[in-house]
Design a protein around this ligand. Structure first.
Ligand SMILES: [Fe+2]
Ligand SMILES: [Fe+2]
Length: 214
């Protein structure tokens, strides 16, 4: 039996009290693009849309509250998360989705929790939300974003590593801290894209990189 998804109107009403209009526009964009990508790749469109709608529930929670939620949930913190509790809004949004809207579907909860840093071996549904967070229409129309949008319908994993590169580049340019999981996600997605392209195993893809010194 399919698990019930939260009512869209209830989520939107909750968001409208806590999130500025510009962010709601972004959230609706993520809902739409994640759903489109899911349909394109033969995944569960309703679940992708739901994860997109819920992904930024905790976006405007104060750092102290995010740290409290993380502690209550027993999340492991590292120095980057402690210095930048805002990064916890992804995990916190999944916790709020469960507590406020009764979401129990693991794949949806994981897609929400993975939307900022990704995670090696994350599901394809998580990949759709991760990519949608960066390429949804209100993010703009730069050449780089347009290239990402094209990549997103060609190869899901290639789009994940290119999304990681796009974000990492901006973090480097702005001298921001980089969470190690972003790098792990990027390397995993690159391997997945390469092994899909060549039919090689992940181990063979890494060996090929080592040989070429890339
Ligand atoms: Fe977010
Ligand atoms: Fe977002």
């Amino acid at each position: 039996m399919a698990l019930a998804l939260p009512r869209r109107e209830s989520v939107l009403a909750w968001l409208s009290d806590r999130v500025p209009a510009a962010r709601i526009k972004h959230i609706l964009g993520v809902e739409q693009v994640a759903g489109d990508l899911a349909r394109h790749y033969g995944l569960d469109e309703a679940k992708a849309r739901s994860a997109g709608l819920l992904h930024d529930l905790a976006k405007y929670f104060k750092p102290q509250l995010l740290l409290q939620i993380a502690a209550a949930e027993g999340l492991e913190l590292d120095s980057v998360l402690e210095a930048h509790p805002h990064l916890l809004h992804a995990d916190a949004s999944a916790i709020v989705a469960r507590a406020e809207f009764g979401v129990v579907d693991r794949e949806i909860l994981e897609a929400i929790a993975n939307h900022t840093l990704g995670r090696p071996n994350m599901s394809q549904l998580s990949c759709t939300v991760f990519i949608a967070d960066t390429i949804e229409p209100s993010r703009g129309n730069t050449a780089e974003l347009e290239a990402l949008r094209q990549a997103s319908v060609q190869n899901l994993y290639a789009a994940v590593w290119q999304t990681c590169d796009y974000s990492l580049k901006s973090l480097l340019e702005n001298r921001c801290y980089i969470h190690p999981r972003s790098v792990l996600t990027r390397n995993w997605a690159l391997q997945m894209a390469r092994s899909k392209e060549t039919g090689n195993s992940t181990r063979e893809s890494i060996a090929a990189c080592n040989q070429t010194g890339l």
